[in-house]
Design a protein. Structure first.
Length: 177
C-alpha cells in the first residue's frame, strides 16, 4: 500500500445533518404523570421529615428544641430543589423524545439539564424491555439498548407497549445487517 496516495480530506461540518432538525417522536404522556406522582411522593416524604422537629417542638412540648428557627433553612433549601425538580419535569417533558434514522437512534431529554444521546445501530449488542409494577399497570415500557464496551448504553423510558415492541423490532432488524 502506498501511503503517499492515501487521503483524509476534512469534512464540511455545515453539510452534515443537524440533530436539531430531526423530528423526534414523543414519549407517552402517562409517563409524565408517573414521574410527577413520584415527585409528589418524594416531596411529601421529605417535607414530613423536615417538619418533624417543628411538630415535636410545637405539639410535643420539647423545650430543648427552643432554637426552632434553624429548621427553616433545610426546609427552604428543599423547597428550592423541589421547585427546580418540578420545573425540570414539567418543562423538560416536551423535549423528551427519540428519533430513528437510517444508521442510528437518538434520544434527548431535559430542560435545565439537557442530554442528547445518539447510538449507531452497529454498536448495539442487544436490547431489553423492562417494566416496573406501576409502568406495567400504565402499559409503559423502558427500552434499554446495550452497546459494545458498555459506555454508550441508552435507556428510553415511558414508551407505550406497542411502540416499545415496534421500536425494538426495528432496532433488532437494523442491528442484524
Amino acid at each position: 500500500m502506498d501511503i503517499s496516495t492515501a487521503s483524509n480530506p476534512p469534512l464540511d461540518l455545515t453539510q452534515l445533518p443537524r440533530l436539531e432538525e430531526v423530528e423526534y417522536l414523543p414519549i407517552s404522556k402517562k409517563y409524565r404523570g408517573m414521574r410527577l406522582a413520584f415527585w409528589a411522593l418524594v416531596q411529601l416524604v421529605v417535607l414530613a421529615a423536615g417538619l418533624t422537629p417543628f411538630l415535636m417542638h410545637k405539639l410535643g412540648g420539647y423545650e430543648d428544641m427552643a432554637e426552632f428557627s434553624a429548621w427553616y433553612w433545610p426546609v427552604s433549601v428543599q423547597m428550592i430543589f423541589a421547585l427546580l425538580w418540578f420545573l425540570e419535569e414539567w418543562k423538560g417533558f416536551p423535549r423528551r423524545g427519540y428519533a430513528v434514522r437510517e444508521r442510528d437512534i437518538t434520544y434527548r431529554t431535559g430542560w435545565l439539564f439537557r442530554s442528547t444521546t445518539t447510538v449507531p445501530f452497529g454498536m448495539i449488542q442487544h436490547s431489553e424491555l423492562s417494566q416496573g409494577p406501576v409502568s406495567r399497570k400504565l402499559g409503559l415500557n423502558h427500552l434499554k439498548l446495550f452497546t459494545a464496551g458498555g459506555s454508550g448504553n441508552l435507556r428510553i423510558a415511558g414508551l407505550e407497549d406497542a411502540d416499545a415492541q415496534a421500536l425494538r423490532t426495528v432496532i433488532e432488524a437494523r442491528t442484524r445487517r
